[in-house]
Write a protein that binds this ligand. Structure first.
Ligand code: SAH
Ligand code: SF4
Length: 375
C-alpha cells in the first residue's frame, strides 16, 4: 500500500527510507523537497537518483488535501475548506498582519468536547485528522501563498492550532505535525511561533511539555468550576485546580511567556466585574507572583444555535482594566475574517452535511478554475 509521506516527521521519514535501504541524508533531501519546495511528484526531485524515485513511486505518495473552497475577507484573511473524505471537511485560516502571517490549523473534523459557545463543538465529533492531514493545511497554504506573491521566501511565520478540534485529544497525530513545523528541514518555525490551544486535557499537557514544548494557549473562559463545567464540559473531568497545576508544570519545560489563557467574553455569563475579580483571586491562589500569567480576551463570535451574546465593548474594557491593574498582562483579540465566517469558533466545516459540501465543492472548484485561468 502506498504511504502518504506527509504523515511523517523527519524521524519517521528516515525510518521509512531505511526500510527502502536508503541512507538518512536521502530522507533529509526528500523532506526538504516536500516541505520547503512544495513538491508533489517524485520526478520533480531532480537531485534524487532515478532508481530511488522509481522505488518511491511504487511505495509512497505525497497526498495533499483537496480544496473545496477558498474565501477572501475584506481584511485580507483567507479561509480554505478542505475535503477530508466521507462528507467531512476542515478549515484553515490565514491571517496576514504587518509583522507576521499566521495560519490557524484544524486538528479534528468536529470536536467531542462540546463547548457551549463553539460552533465546531455544536457540530459534534466526526474523526481525528491524520498527521499528514494536519500538515497538509500548512503545506498547501504556504506554497499557495508563496506562488501567489511570487516569492520563494517563507510567508507563514506563525501557526496556531486553533481551528476545528481539540488538538490534545488527537495527540499522537498532532506531535509529528508539530515536529515538521519546527524542523529546520521542514518549515523551520520557532517554538514560540507554534501555539497549541487546548480546552484543558491535563495528561496530554504534561506529555506535550516533555515531547514538544511549544507555546500553549489554555481556553479558560470561567473563573470557577460551576460555570466552567457548563461552558467547557471537559472541566468535569479536569477541574480548574488540576488544570492550573498542569499549567505550572508546563512551565518547567517552557519559558513563562509560552503560556496564555484564552477567555471568550460572553455577555452576562462570564464578563461581569465580579467574574474579573474572581479571575484575579484564582490567579493569586495558583501563581502568587503572577508574572507568568497572560490573558487574551476574545470577543465571542455569535452563531444562531448558541443562544449566547457577545459582551459589549465597554464591558470588555472594564474586565481588561481589572485584570491589568492586578498585574495580569491582558490583551483583547482583534476579530479577523468574520465576514467570511473565519473568526474563532465560527469554523464548522460542514461536518454533517455531505450534500452541501459536495455542492459547494463543485461550485468552488469552478470558481477556483476560473481564478487559475485568469492568473
Ligand atoms: N479546541 C481548542 C482549540 C480550538 S478552539 C480549544 O478549545 O482551545 C480555538 C479558540 O477559539 C479557543 O480558545 C476557543 O475557546 C475559542 N472559541 C471557540 N468558539 C468561539 C466563539 N464562538 N467565539 C470566540 N472564540 C471562540
Ligand atoms: Fe472543541 Fe475547542 Fe470548540 Fe471546545 S472550543 S468545542 S474544545 S474546538
Amino acid at each position: 500500500m502506498s504511504v502518504n509521506l506527509l504523515d511523517y516527521d523527519l524521524e519517521g521519514l528516515a525510518a521509512f527510507c531505511e526500510r527502502l535501504d536508503e541512507k538518512r541524508y536521502r530522507s533529509i533531501q526528500l523532506f526538504r523537497w516536500i516541505h520547503q519546495k512544495g513538491a508533489r511528484h517524485f520526478d520533480e526531485m531532480t537531485d534524487l537518483a532515478k532508481s530511488l524515485r522509481e522505488k518511491l513511486k511504487t511505495s509512497a505518495c505525497i497526498k495533499p488535501l483537496d480544496v473545496i473552497s477558498q474565501r477572501l475577507s475584506a481584511d485580507g484573511t483567507i479561509k480554505w475548506l478542505f475535503d477530508v473524505g466521507d462528507g467531512n471537511a476542515v478549515e484553515a485560516v490565514f491571517i496576514p498582519e504587518e509583522d507576521r502571517g499566521t495560519l490557524c490549523v484544524s486538528s479534528q473534523a468536529g470536536c467531542a468536547v462540546g463547548c457551549r459557545f463553539c460552533s465546531t463543538g455544536h457540530q459534534g465529533f466526526s474523526r481525528n485528522l491524520k498527521s499528514g492531514e494536519i500538515i497538509a493545511q500548512l503545506w498547501y497554504a504556504e506554497h499557495f501563498l508563496r506562488q501567489q506573491s511570487g516569492t520563494t521566501e517563507r510567508v507563514i511565520s506563525n501557526v496556531v492550532m486553533m481551528g476545528m478540534g481539540e488538538p490534545l485529544q488527537n495527540y499522537d497525530e498532532l506531535v509529528p505535525a508539530l515536529k515538521t513545523m519546527l524542523d529546520d528541514h521542514g518549515y523551520g518555525l520557532s517554538r514560540r511561533r507554534v501555539t497549541v490551544s487546548t480546552s484543558g486535557v491535563v495528561p496530554m499537557m504534561d506529555r506535550l511539555g516533555q515531547d514538544c514544548p511549544v507555546a500553549l494557549a489554555v481556553s479558560l473562559h470561567a473563573s470557577n468550576d460551576v460555570l466552567r463545567d457548563r461552558l467547557v464540559p471537559l472541566n468535569i473531568k479536569y477541574p480548574l485546580g488540576e488544570l492550573l497545576a498542569a499549567c505550572i508544570r508546563y512551565l518547567d519545560h517552557a519559558p513563562r511567556d509560552f503560556l496564555t489563557f484564552e477567555y471568550c467574553m460572553l455577555a452576562g455569563v462570564n464578563d461581569r466585574v465580579r467574574d474579573a475579580h474572581e479571575i484575579v483571586s484564582l490567579v493569586k491562589t495558583y501563581a502568587p507572583e503572577r508574572t507568568w500569567c497572560k490573558f487574551n480576551l476574545i470577543p465571542f463570535n455569535p452563531f444562531p444555535e448558541s443562544g449566547l451574546q457577545c459582551s459589549i465593548p465597554s464591558q470588555v474594557v472594564e474586565f481588561s482594566r481589572i485584570l491589568t491593574e492586578a498585574g495580569i498582562v491582558t490583551t483583547v483579540r482583534k476579530t479577523r475574517g468574520d465576514d467570511i465566517d473565519a473568526a474563532c469558533g465560527q469554523l464548522a466545516g460542514d461536518v454533517k452535511d455531505r450534500t452541501r459540501v459536495v455542492d459547494r465543492m463543485n461550485r468552488q472548484r469552478t470558481v477556483m478554475l476560473r481564478k487559475k485561468l485568469s492568473v
